[in-house]
Design a protein around this ligand. Structure first.
Ligand SMILES: [Zn+2]
Ligand SMILES: [Zn+2]
Ligand SMILES: [Zn+2]
Length: 252
């Protein structure tokens, strides 16, 4: 049984192209839709069950009609990761479980008016839970709101999804070193900077993290238009790839 991860969106809250921006990266994305970046999110398929990892795609319910997926797994309650839930909650039919961090504030009135979403599935750091045979471990991240990344594990494969974050807490970094994921999908919002930015990684921070974790394949996501411009002129180091919307990764 293979594990498939599809990157539905690889941008930040600003998206690519950026409203009003004429830079090379934004102009390219307007010319060619393949270079557009929707809000950072993914689709995880295992044992014929689909989990939507974050829900920031504005037309989420057009892309995923009722019955096509089993649950949501949320990293955190920033708008660019949950805005697709707002209209969807007023749907009719079966309740949809939402797994995520125990953030008592959530986002706007989602908890007050959940509609058909069931937010009771809060998860705890480093406590493994099961989604239709997929083993999931929440990993605390460094962000401006309570945020968990996730290790997704089957009998044969291990993937870590790490957004949004600036660096990693020591415990999470040690956990990743000990558990050797074969793939990291990680927040790399910014081009290389002298200092690590506050809420998101730059490329230097991701390179430094992986020097410690030693994962053979690192896919960058949550990418800004400025980082896209940088990548139009500079190659990424071996082992690092820029994610793109629609990118599909199949693991045994
Ligand atoms: Zn974000
Ligand atoms: Zn731009
Ligand atoms: Zn965020």
């Amino acid at each position: 049984m293979s594990l498939t991860i599809t990157l539905l969106g690889t941008g930040g809250a600003q998206l690519v192209p950026v409203f009003g921006c004429e830079c090379d990266a934004c102009a390219r994305a307007r010319r060619n839709a393949a270079y557009r970046r929707a809000p950072c999110s993914g689709m995880v398929q295992f044992n014929d069950a689909i989990t939507l990892l974050d829900a920031g795609i504005p037309d989420l319910m057009e892309q995923f009609p009722a019955g096509q997926f089993r649950q949501f797994l949320l990293t955190h309650y920033h708008m660019d990761h949950v805005q697709g839930l707002f209209p969807l909650r007023w749907g009719v039919g079966k309740t949809l479980p939402v797994y995520g961090p125990p953030d008592e504030h959530g986002c706007d009135d989602l908890f007050k008016h959940p509609g058909l979403l069931d937010f009771s599935h809060t998860v705890e750091p480093f406590v493994v839970f099961d989604l239709q045979g997929l083993q999931v471990t929440p990993l605390p991240l460094n962000h401006s709101k309570l945020t968990f990344g996730y290790l997704l594990e089957t009998a044969h494969s291990r993937v870590a999804w790490l957004t949004d974050t600036a660096g990693l807490p020591d415990k999470t970094q040690k956990f990743l070193l000990n558990n050797c994921p074969q793939l990291l999908v990680i927040d790399c919002s910014h081009e290389p900077r002298k200092q690590i930015p506050k809420n998101h990684n730059d490329l230097n921070a991701v390179i430094a993290l992986n020097a410690a974790i030693n994962c053979p394949r690192v896919i960058l996501t949550h990418i800004s238009h400025v980082f896209d411009q940088w990548m139009m002129k500079n190659p990424l180091p071996a082992g690092f790839e820029a994610g793109y919307d629609g990118m599909r990764i199949v693991l045994d």
